[in-house]
Design a protein around this ligand. Sequence first.
Ligand code: ZN
Length: 209
Amino acid sequence: MIKNIAWHASRNILPTKANLCHHKVLDKPTCEACGMEAESSEHLFWQCDKAREIWTTSRIPIDSSGVHFNEFVDLLWHLKFVQHFGDEILELVITIAWSIWFNQNQVWQGKADQSANMIIHKARSMIEEFQVANFQPSGSSMKEVELWINPKPPWVVAALSKKLHYPLGPLEAEAKAMEEAVEFAWDVGIQDAHFESDSLILSNAIQGL
Ligand SMILES: [Zn+2]
């Protein structure tokens, strides 16, 4: 999950508000923390005052003078290849970034804003719990899954309704709808999904893909 977040963010497709606006899921992309700028990856993880406070509080000695931050991967690249940080610090940076993103989503849903200290504490305890879960001989995988899946359902993340302007038969239309659904789930950052279809042929055809 954390690696997926880093990958998503590094490709600038993490479901930040700016991206959700781009996909017409939201009307306004304004950052919840400062209310000033659009919540792009760059803003959310780096330029926002809240992000800066969090990185300062983390005491990770980031030398920001050489960072040209267009995407999250630029920060990771800088830390790994310019400042030569090891995997442990990079893991912490990625987990803090995830916690920043998670907190902003919570605020967006009307929950309380977490302080910089609380966000860092959450990131550190996620790493600890993940390590503990991975050292348990059995039954650990379920615990791990529970830890990462958040927030819990019922929770409508996003909905998509779309007209397809193609001359398609029922089966082709069902297949095209499935393709749209998978892409949409990917775009809004859903990591674990169940897809339902009325077509047994389609369902059998995509099993194991
Ligand atoms: Zn902001």
